[in-house]
Design a protein around this ligand. Structure first.
Ligand SMILES: [Zn+2]
Length: 139
């Protein structure tokens, strides 16, 4: 899951033109994995101050529409985070920290549990479990 996808290939496969600005945004997301828009803007502009905030917003939006990135809401702060992983996966939330939780068996269990329970004209697009953890207090 941590394997770095070739940036050029990832952008091309999504049907988008490869530009230096898109490459920078993708590179930053590869490093951050999950990041709020503010963090993406900060990190992109550290690398290239010439990229405007509105360009970064436009790139993030096009990446989400093309499924180069997905998004996840963090229940700790109600904020929206961009996610470099687009396939089915779950998340562990530890305060502000978000970690991927990959568990195909859990996903299959939920699919099986829900089979036949949803309205007849629907199917499941995505299953994303949010697991919020806290730390045991040691005295
Ligand atoms: Zn994720």
């Amino acid at each position: 899951m941590e394997r770095k996808t070739d940036i050029t290939q990832a952008i091309k496969t999504a049907g988008l033109k490869v530009t230096p600005q898109r490459r920078t945004v993708y590179e930053v997301m590869q490093e951050l994995r999950h990041a709020s828009v503010d963090t993406v803007i900060e990190k992109v502009r550290e690398r290239n101050p010439d990229i405007t905030v509105s360009t970064i917003y436009r790139i993030l939006d096009s990446f989400c529409r093309a499924k180069v990135l997905s998004s996840v809401g963090n229940p700790a702060d109600g904020k929206h985070y961009f996610d470099i992983t687009v396939g089915n996966h779950h998340h562990l939330f530890d305060g502000q920290k978000i970690a991927d939780y990959d568990d195909p068996e859990l996903t299959r269990l939920i699919y099986r549990y829900l089979a036949g329970k949803l309205p007849g004209d629907t199917n499941i697009d995505k299953i994303q479990v949010q697991i919020i953890i806290n730390h045991l207090k040691s005295e």
